[in-house]
Design a protein around this ligand. Structure first.
Ligand code: AMP
Length: 438
Protein backbone atom coordinates (compact mmCIF):
# COMPACT_ATOMS: atom_id res chain seq x y z
CA UNK A 1 0.00 0.00 0.00
CA UNK A 2 1.20 3.52 -0.78
CA UNK A 3 0.35 6.96 0.60
CA UNK A 4 -0.95 7.87 -2.87
CA UNK A 5 -3.62 5.19 -2.67
CA UNK A 6 -5.00 6.65 0.59
CA UNK A 7 -6.34 9.73 -1.16
CA UNK A 8 -4.03 12.39 0.31
CA UNK A 9 -3.41 15.57 -1.68
CA UNK A 10 -0.28 16.17 -3.77
CA UNK A 11 1.09 18.80 -1.36
CA UNK A 12 0.97 16.34 1.53
CA UNK A 13 2.52 13.57 -0.56
CA UNK A 14 5.33 15.96 -1.42
CA UNK A 15 6.01 16.60 2.28
CA UNK A 16 5.98 12.85 3.03
CA UNK A 17 8.35 12.22 0.21
CA UNK A 18 10.68 14.87 1.58
CA UNK A 19 10.49 13.27 5.01
CA UNK A 20 11.42 9.94 3.43
CA UNK A 21 8.37 7.91 4.40
CA UNK A 22 7.86 5.27 1.75
CA UNK A 23 4.71 3.56 2.95
CA UNK A 24 2.00 4.07 5.55
CA UNK A 25 2.21 2.25 8.87
CA UNK A 26 -0.77 -0.02 9.73
CA UNK A 27 -2.46 2.65 11.83
CA UNK A 28 -2.02 5.19 9.06
CA UNK A 29 -3.39 2.79 6.44
CA UNK A 30 -6.54 2.34 8.52
CA UNK A 31 -7.04 5.77 10.07
CA UNK A 32 -6.31 8.03 7.10
CA UNK A 33 -9.13 6.85 4.76
CA UNK A 34 -11.65 6.80 7.64
CA UNK A 35 -10.77 10.33 8.75
CA UNK A 36 -10.80 11.63 5.18
CA UNK A 37 -14.35 10.27 4.90
CA UNK A 38 -15.32 12.38 7.91
CA UNK A 39 -15.77 9.42 10.27
CA UNK A 40 -15.12 9.52 14.00
CA UNK A 41 -12.24 7.24 14.98
CA UNK A 42 -11.30 5.40 18.16
CA UNK A 43 -7.81 4.00 17.85
CA UNK A 44 -5.81 1.85 20.24
CA UNK A 45 -2.24 2.76 19.38
CA UNK A 46 0.89 3.54 21.31
CA UNK A 47 3.59 6.07 20.49
CA UNK A 48 5.94 4.55 17.96
CA UNK A 49 3.18 3.26 15.68
CA UNK A 50 3.09 6.41 13.54
CA UNK A 51 -0.22 7.53 15.06
CA UNK A 52 0.64 11.24 14.96
CA UNK A 53 0.87 11.23 11.18
CA UNK A 54 -2.18 8.93 11.23
CA UNK A 55 -4.37 11.79 12.40
CA UNK A 56 -2.33 14.81 11.27
CA UNK A 57 -2.17 13.96 7.57
CA UNK A 58 -5.92 13.60 6.92
CA UNK A 59 -6.70 16.61 9.12
CA UNK A 60 -4.34 18.76 7.05
CA UNK A 61 -6.03 17.48 3.92
CA UNK A 62 -9.50 18.29 5.23
CA UNK A 63 -8.54 21.75 6.50
CA UNK A 64 -6.78 22.73 3.27
CA UNK A 65 -10.10 22.34 1.47
CA UNK A 66 -12.09 24.53 3.89
CA UNK A 67 -12.10 28.20 4.72
CA UNK A 68 -9.77 30.11 6.99
CA UNK A 69 -10.62 30.65 10.66
CA UNK A 70 -12.08 33.91 12.00
CA UNK A 71 -10.53 35.89 14.86
CA UNK A 72 -9.61 33.77 17.88
CA UNK A 73 -11.23 30.66 16.39
CA UNK A 74 -9.56 27.23 16.17
CA UNK A 75 -10.65 24.82 13.41
CA UNK A 76 -8.89 21.79 14.89
CA UNK A 77 -8.05 21.10 18.48
CA UNK A 78 -5.47 18.46 19.38
CA UNK A 79 -5.38 17.85 23.13
CA UNK A 80 -2.48 15.97 24.58
CA UNK A 81 -1.26 15.32 28.16
CA UNK A 82 2.27 16.74 28.21
CA UNK A 83 4.04 19.84 27.01
CA UNK A 84 6.75 17.89 25.24
CA UNK A 85 4.23 15.80 23.35
CA UNK A 86 2.30 18.94 22.40
CA UNK A 87 5.46 20.57 21.04
CA UNK A 88 6.30 17.43 19.09
CA UNK A 89 2.85 17.20 17.55
CA UNK A 90 3.15 20.80 16.39
CA UNK A 91 6.48 19.91 14.83
CA UNK A 92 4.79 17.07 12.90
CA UNK A 93 1.95 19.35 11.83
CA UNK A 94 4.46 21.86 10.50
CA UNK A 95 6.53 19.21 8.74
CA UNK A 96 3.62 17.48 7.02
CA UNK A 97 1.84 20.76 6.26
CA UNK A 98 4.95 22.43 4.86
CA UNK A 99 3.44 22.97 1.41
CA UNK A 100 -0.01 23.99 2.61
CA UNK A 101 -1.20 27.42 3.55
CA UNK A 102 -2.46 26.51 7.03
CA UNK A 103 -1.71 28.08 10.39
CA UNK A 104 -0.87 26.13 13.53
CA UNK A 105 0.29 26.82 17.04
CA UNK A 106 0.78 25.16 20.41
CA UNK A 107 -0.27 26.27 23.89
CA UNK A 108 0.81 24.77 27.22
CA UNK A 109 1.46 25.88 30.75
CA UNK A 110 4.77 26.74 32.39
CA UNK A 111 5.56 29.49 29.89
CA UNK A 112 4.18 33.03 29.39
CA UNK A 113 0.60 33.20 28.21
CA UNK A 114 0.82 36.53 26.33
CA UNK A 115 2.75 35.31 23.28
CA UNK A 116 0.20 32.48 23.02
CA UNK A 117 -2.69 34.98 23.15
CA UNK A 118 -1.03 36.97 20.39
CA UNK A 119 -0.65 33.92 18.16
CA UNK A 120 -4.30 32.98 18.66
CA UNK A 121 -5.54 36.48 17.81
CA UNK A 122 -5.96 35.91 14.06
CA UNK A 123 -7.49 32.48 14.51
CA UNK A 124 -5.67 29.23 13.81
CA UNK A 125 -6.30 26.14 11.66
CA UNK A 126 -4.67 23.70 14.09
CA UNK A 127 -4.26 24.30 17.79
CA UNK A 128 -2.27 21.76 19.83
CA UNK A 129 -2.82 22.16 23.57
CA UNK A 130 -2.46 20.71 27.02
CA UNK A 131 -5.75 20.87 28.95
CA UNK A 132 -4.98 23.38 31.73
CA UNK A 133 -3.61 26.19 29.59
CA UNK A 134 -6.30 25.66 26.99
CA UNK A 135 -8.98 26.19 29.64
CA UNK A 136 -7.21 29.33 30.92
CA UNK A 137 -7.14 30.78 27.44
CA UNK A 138 -10.75 29.90 26.80
CA UNK A 139 -11.89 31.39 30.11
CA UNK A 140 -10.05 34.60 29.25
CA UNK A 141 -11.93 34.68 25.94
CA UNK A 142 -8.73 34.32 23.92
CA UNK A 143 -9.71 31.18 22.05
CA UNK A 144 -13.12 30.20 20.73
CA UNK A 145 -14.49 27.03 19.28
CA UNK A 146 -17.54 28.08 17.22
CA UNK A 147 -15.72 27.08 14.04
CA UNK A 148 -14.22 23.87 15.40
CA UNK A 149 -14.32 21.06 12.84
CA UNK A 150 -12.08 18.35 14.31
CA UNK A 151 -11.20 17.33 17.87
CA UNK A 152 -8.33 14.97 18.64
CA UNK A 153 -7.76 13.52 22.10
CA UNK A 154 -4.28 12.05 22.02
CA UNK A 155 -2.96 9.63 24.68
CA UNK A 156 -6.36 9.67 26.34
CA UNK A 157 -5.37 7.02 28.89
CA UNK A 158 -2.42 9.14 30.03
CA UNK A 159 -4.69 12.13 30.38
CA UNK A 160 -6.98 10.22 32.68
CA UNK A 161 -3.99 8.84 34.64
CA UNK A 162 -2.76 12.38 35.10
CA UNK A 163 -6.09 13.48 36.52
CA UNK A 164 -7.25 15.57 33.55
CA UNK A 165 -10.71 14.05 33.26
CA UNK A 166 -12.55 17.10 34.67
CA UNK A 167 -10.63 19.45 32.40
CA UNK A 168 -11.45 17.26 29.41
CA UNK A 169 -15.14 17.17 30.25
CA UNK A 170 -15.15 20.94 30.64
CA UNK A 171 -13.43 21.42 27.30
CA UNK A 172 -15.91 19.05 25.61
CA UNK A 173 -18.78 21.13 27.00
CA UNK A 174 -17.43 24.23 25.18
CA UNK A 175 -17.26 22.58 21.76
CA UNK A 176 -19.95 22.65 19.07
CA UNK A 177 -21.81 19.34 18.87
CA UNK A 178 -21.29 19.04 15.11
CA UNK A 179 -17.65 18.00 14.79
CA UNK A 180 -15.40 15.10 13.89
CA UNK A 181 -13.85 13.28 16.86
CA UNK A 182 -10.65 11.27 16.93
CA UNK A 183 -9.65 9.48 20.09
CA UNK A 184 -6.24 7.86 20.47
CA UNK A 185 -5.23 5.83 23.48
CA UNK A 186 -2.65 3.15 24.19
CA UNK A 187 -5.26 1.25 26.20
CA UNK A 188 -9.03 1.16 26.29
CA UNK A 189 -10.05 0.83 29.91
CA UNK A 190 -13.63 1.18 31.07
CA UNK A 191 -12.99 4.82 31.92
CA UNK A 192 -11.79 5.58 28.40
CA UNK A 193 -14.81 3.82 26.93
CA UNK A 194 -17.07 5.84 29.22
CA UNK A 195 -15.43 9.04 28.06
CA UNK A 196 -15.61 7.91 24.44
CA UNK A 197 -19.36 7.39 24.72
CA UNK A 198 -19.82 11.08 25.49
CA UNK A 199 -17.53 12.08 22.67
CA UNK A 200 -17.57 9.91 19.56
CA UNK A 201 -20.37 9.08 17.19
CA UNK A 202 -20.50 5.70 15.41
CA UNK A 203 -16.70 5.50 15.39
CA UNK A 204 -14.45 3.37 13.21
CA UNK A 205 -12.49 1.29 15.74
CA UNK A 206 -8.85 0.62 15.00
CA UNK A 207 -6.42 -1.44 17.02
CA UNK A 208 -2.86 -1.94 15.99
CA UNK A 209 -0.89 -2.42 19.17
CA UNK A 210 -1.45 -4.96 21.86
CA UNK A 211 -0.72 -3.56 25.28
CA UNK A 212 2.44 -4.09 27.17
CA UNK A 213 4.54 -5.66 24.52
CA UNK A 214 8.03 -4.61 23.63
CA UNK A 215 9.31 -4.18 20.11
CA UNK A 216 11.33 -7.00 18.55
CA UNK A 217 13.66 -4.35 17.25
CA UNK A 218 14.73 -3.50 20.82
CA UNK A 219 17.44 -5.71 22.30
CA UNK A 220 16.95 -5.65 26.04
CA UNK A 221 18.88 -7.12 28.94
CA UNK A 222 19.73 -6.37 32.54
CA UNK A 223 23.09 -5.89 34.21
CA UNK A 224 23.04 -7.00 37.85
CA UNK A 225 25.07 -4.50 39.91
CA UNK A 226 25.27 -3.17 43.46
CA UNK A 227 23.24 -0.02 43.96
CA UNK A 228 26.17 2.13 45.01
CA UNK A 229 28.11 1.26 41.87
CA UNK A 230 25.43 2.10 39.32
CA UNK A 231 26.75 5.54 38.42
CA UNK A 232 30.25 4.16 37.88
CA UNK A 233 28.84 1.35 35.75
CA UNK A 234 26.83 3.77 33.63
CA UNK A 235 29.93 5.89 33.05
CA UNK A 236 31.98 2.79 32.21
CA UNK A 237 29.36 1.54 29.73
CA UNK A 238 29.11 4.96 28.10
CA UNK A 239 32.87 5.05 27.58
CA UNK A 240 33.18 1.39 26.60
CA UNK A 241 30.47 1.54 23.92
CA UNK A 242 31.21 5.11 22.89
CA UNK A 243 27.59 6.07 23.35
CA UNK A 244 26.97 9.49 21.88
CA UNK A 245 23.27 9.74 22.68
CA UNK A 246 21.81 7.80 25.57
CA UNK A 247 18.51 8.36 27.33
CA UNK A 248 18.74 7.34 30.98
CA UNK A 249 15.69 6.87 33.17
CA UNK A 250 15.69 7.73 36.82
CA UNK A 251 12.80 6.98 39.17
CA UNK A 252 13.16 10.27 41.04
CA UNK A 253 13.88 13.90 40.21
CA UNK A 254 16.50 14.06 42.92
CA UNK A 255 18.16 10.90 41.61
CA UNK A 256 18.21 12.41 38.11
CA UNK A 257 19.98 15.58 39.31
CA UNK A 258 22.48 13.59 41.37
CA UNK A 259 23.31 11.35 38.43
CA UNK A 260 23.98 14.34 36.16
CA UNK A 261 26.53 15.60 38.70
CA UNK A 262 28.16 12.15 38.99
CA UNK A 263 28.47 11.83 35.21
CA UNK A 264 29.82 15.33 34.97
CA UNK A 265 32.68 14.38 37.29
CA UNK A 266 33.54 11.61 34.86
CA UNK A 267 33.65 13.98 31.89
CA UNK A 268 30.36 12.76 30.46
CA UNK A 269 28.09 15.63 29.45
CA UNK A 270 24.57 15.16 30.80
CA UNK A 271 21.37 17.11 31.49
CA UNK A 272 18.27 16.22 33.45
CA UNK A 273 14.66 16.69 32.42
CA UNK A 274 11.97 16.44 35.07
CA UNK A 275 8.96 18.17 36.56
CA UNK A 276 10.94 20.54 38.81
CA UNK A 277 12.66 22.11 35.82
CA UNK A 278 11.06 25.09 34.12
CA UNK A 279 9.53 24.49 30.73
CA UNK A 280 12.29 26.50 29.11
CA UNK A 281 14.97 24.43 30.82
CA UNK A 282 13.26 21.24 29.67
CA UNK A 283 12.98 22.46 26.09
CA UNK A 284 16.63 23.56 26.09
CA UNK A 285 17.78 20.23 27.53
CA UNK A 286 15.85 18.25 24.93
CA UNK A 287 17.06 20.43 22.06
CA UNK A 288 20.65 20.11 23.18
CA UNK A 289 20.33 16.33 23.46
CA UNK A 290 18.71 16.06 20.03
CA UNK A 291 21.53 18.07 18.48
CA UNK A 292 24.12 15.83 20.18
CA UNK A 293 25.20 18.75 22.37
CA UNK A 294 25.13 16.44 25.42
CA UNK A 295 25.65 12.69 25.48
CA UNK A 296 23.23 11.76 28.24
CA UNK A 297 19.69 12.90 28.92
CA UNK A 298 18.49 11.77 32.34
CA UNK A 299 14.71 11.78 32.54
CA UNK A 300 11.98 10.82 34.95
CA UNK A 301 9.06 8.81 33.59
CA UNK A 302 6.59 11.64 33.41
CA UNK A 303 9.04 14.05 31.78
CA UNK A 304 10.00 11.47 29.19
CA UNK A 305 6.45 10.67 28.17
CA UNK A 306 6.00 11.33 24.51
CA UNK A 307 9.63 12.17 23.77
CA UNK A 308 10.27 11.37 20.17
CA UNK A 309 13.92 11.54 19.41
CA UNK A 310 14.62 10.16 15.99
CA UNK A 311 16.59 6.94 15.87
CA UNK A 312 17.49 6.96 19.53
CA UNK A 313 19.84 3.99 19.73
CA UNK A 314 20.29 3.55 23.45
CA UNK A 315 18.09 3.59 26.54
CA UNK A 316 19.35 2.80 30.04
CA UNK A 317 17.18 2.22 33.06
CA UNK A 318 19.31 3.53 35.89
CA UNK A 319 16.69 2.10 38.18
CA UNK A 320 13.57 0.11 37.47
CA UNK A 321 10.18 1.83 37.59
CA UNK A 322 7.71 0.97 40.34
CA UNK A 323 4.90 0.83 37.80
CA UNK A 324 5.82 -2.01 35.40
CA UNK A 325 3.95 -0.45 32.45
CA UNK A 326 6.47 2.40 32.62
CA UNK A 327 9.19 -0.07 31.62
CA UNK A 328 7.39 -0.66 28.33
CA UNK A 329 7.00 3.09 27.80
CA UNK A 330 10.65 3.69 28.66
CA UNK A 331 12.13 1.20 26.27
CA UNK A 332 9.65 2.33 23.60
CA UNK A 333 11.90 5.39 23.26
CA UNK A 334 14.34 3.26 21.30
CA UNK A 335 13.82 0.91 18.36
CA UNK A 336 11.22 3.34 17.00
CA UNK A 337 9.68 3.09 13.58
CA UNK A 338 11.32 -0.24 12.96
CA UNK A 339 14.87 0.93 13.78
CA UNK A 340 17.16 -1.22 15.96
CA UNK A 341 17.69 -0.14 19.55
CA UNK A 342 19.11 -1.31 22.86
CA UNK A 343 17.61 -1.05 26.32
CA UNK A 344 19.83 -1.93 29.28
CA UNK A 345 18.59 -1.98 32.86
CA UNK A 346 20.98 -1.65 35.78
CA UNK A 347 19.37 -3.78 38.45
CA UNK A 348 20.35 -4.08 42.11
CA UNK A 349 19.24 -6.80 44.53
CA UNK A 350 16.59 -4.60 46.16
CA UNK A 351 14.79 -4.21 42.81
CA UNK A 352 13.79 -7.85 42.45
CA UNK A 353 10.11 -7.11 43.00
CA UNK A 354 10.08 -4.49 40.22
CA UNK A 355 12.04 -6.85 37.94
CA UNK A 356 9.61 -9.72 38.49
CA UNK A 357 6.62 -7.43 37.89
CA UNK A 358 8.12 -6.24 34.62
CA UNK A 359 8.96 -9.74 33.44
CA UNK A 360 5.45 -10.92 34.23
CA UNK A 361 4.02 -7.95 32.32
CA UNK A 362 6.09 -8.38 29.16
CA UNK A 363 5.85 -12.16 29.32
CA UNK A 364 9.54 -12.94 29.26
CA UNK A 365 12.54 -13.27 31.53
CA UNK A 366 15.12 -10.62 30.72
CA UNK A 367 18.58 -11.85 29.86
CA UNK A 368 21.22 -11.09 32.52
CA UNK A 369 24.71 -10.00 31.51
CA UNK A 370 27.41 -9.35 34.09
CA UNK A 371 29.92 -6.59 33.41
CA UNK A 372 33.57 -7.20 34.28
CA UNK A 373 34.64 -5.36 37.44
CA UNK A 374 31.01 -4.68 38.36
CA UNK A 375 29.88 -8.12 39.53
CA UNK A 376 27.58 -7.44 42.49
CA UNK A 377 28.32 -8.40 46.09
CA UNK A 378 24.57 -8.67 46.60
CA UNK A 379 23.12 -11.06 44.02
CA UNK A 380 19.88 -10.20 42.28
CA UNK A 381 17.63 -13.19 43.18
CA UNK A 382 16.51 -15.42 40.31
CA UNK A 383 13.44 -14.51 38.29
CA UNK A 384 10.45 -16.74 38.81
CA UNK A 385 8.23 -15.94 35.89
CA UNK A 386 5.23 -18.18 35.73
CA UNK A 387 4.18 -17.85 32.12
CA UNK A 388 1.18 -20.10 32.56
CA UNK A 389 -0.63 -17.56 34.67
CA UNK A 390 -2.33 -15.60 31.94
CA UNK A 391 -1.60 -17.38 28.69
CA UNK A 392 -5.17 -16.93 27.52
CA UNK A 393 -4.76 -13.20 27.09
CA UNK A 394 -1.89 -13.33 24.62
CA UNK A 395 -2.81 -11.15 21.70
CA UNK A 396 -1.86 -11.03 18.07
CA UNK A 397 0.25 -8.27 16.67
CA UNK A 398 -0.47 -5.92 13.80
CA UNK A 399 1.72 -2.99 14.66
CA UNK A 400 3.95 -0.73 12.58
CA UNK A 401 6.99 -1.88 14.45
CA UNK A 402 6.96 -5.64 14.63
CA UNK A 403 5.83 -6.46 18.12
CA UNK A 404 6.14 -9.67 20.02
CA UNK A 405 3.06 -11.05 21.67
CA UNK A 406 2.85 -10.55 25.40
CA UNK A 407 0.95 -11.35 28.50
CA UNK A 408 -1.49 -8.97 30.02
CA UNK A 409 -1.32 -7.97 33.56
CA UNK A 410 -3.70 -6.22 35.89
CA UNK A 411 -3.95 -2.59 34.90
CA UNK A 412 -2.33 -0.11 37.20
CA UNK A 413 -4.94 2.33 38.38
CA UNK A 414 -2.48 4.56 40.16
CA UNK A 415 -3.38 8.19 39.86
CA UNK A 416 -0.59 10.39 38.54
CA UNK A 417 -0.58 12.65 41.56
CA UNK A 418 -0.67 9.80 44.06
CA UNK A 419 2.00 8.03 42.12
CA UNK A 420 4.27 11.02 42.40
CA UNK A 421 3.58 11.31 46.09
CA UNK A 422 4.36 7.65 46.65
CA UNK A 423 7.24 7.28 44.33
CA UNK A 424 9.74 6.44 47.03
CA UNK A 425 7.51 3.90 48.65
CA UNK A 426 7.25 0.27 47.70
CA UNK A 427 4.61 -0.38 45.03
CA UNK A 428 1.23 -0.85 46.58
CA UNK A 429 -0.51 -4.01 45.49
CA UNK A 430 -3.91 -2.61 46.29
CA UNK A 431 -3.72 -0.13 43.42
CA UNK A 432 -3.80 -2.95 40.90
CA UNK A 433 -6.96 -4.62 39.84
CA UNK A 434 -7.61 -7.06 37.04
CA UNK A 435 -8.70 -5.79 33.63
CA UNK A 436 -12.43 -6.02 33.35
CA UNK A 437 -13.84 -7.61 30.24
CA UNK A 438 -14.73 -5.00 27.68
P1 AMP B 1 4.46 8.34 16.50
O1 AMP B 1 3.90 7.00 16.82
O2 AMP B 1 3.47 9.22 15.87
O3 AMP B 1 5.14 8.95 17.70
O4 AMP B 1 5.62 8.13 15.40
C1 AMP B 1 6.78 7.38 15.66
C2 AMP B 1 7.90 7.68 14.68
O5 AMP B 1 7.63 7.10 13.41
C3 AMP B 1 8.16 9.15 14.42
O6 AMP B 1 9.56 9.38 14.50
C4 AMP B 1 7.69 9.38 13.00
O7 AMP B 1 8.44 10.39 12.37
C5 AMP B 1 7.92 8.02 12.37
N1 AMP B 1 6.97 7.69 11.28
C6 AMP B 1 5.65 7.95 11.25
N2 AMP B 1 5.08 7.47 10.12
C7 AMP B 1 6.07 6.88 9.42
C8 AMP B 1 6.11 6.18 8.14
N3 AMP B 1 5.01 5.99 7.42
N4 AMP B 1 7.31 5.71 7.74
C9 AMP B 1 8.43 5.87 8.49
N5 AMP B 1 8.46 6.52 9.68
C10 AMP B 1 7.30 7.01 10.14
Amino acid sequence: MSFESLGLSADILKALNKKGYSKPSPIQAQAIPAILKGRDVMAAAQTGTGKTAGFTLPILDILAKGKQPSTKQARTLIITPTRELAAQILESVETYGKFLNLSSTVVFGGVKINPQIKRLQKGVDILVATPGRLLDLHHQGEVRFDELEVLVLDEADRMLDMGFIHDIRKILSYLPSQRQNLLFSATFSNEIRKLAKTMVNDPVEISVTPRNTTADTVKQWIVPVDKKRKADLLAALTHKHDWEQVLVFSRTKHGADRLVKQLDKKQITAVAIHGNKSQNARTRALASFKKNGVRVLVATDIAARGLDINQLPQVVNFDLPNVPEDYVHRIGRTGRAGKAGQAISLVSADEIKQLRDIERLIGKVLERRLEDDFEPDHDVPASNLNLDVKKSSRSKTTSFKKKSSGNRKPTSKTNFRNRNKNKNKKPNKSVNRPNKKK
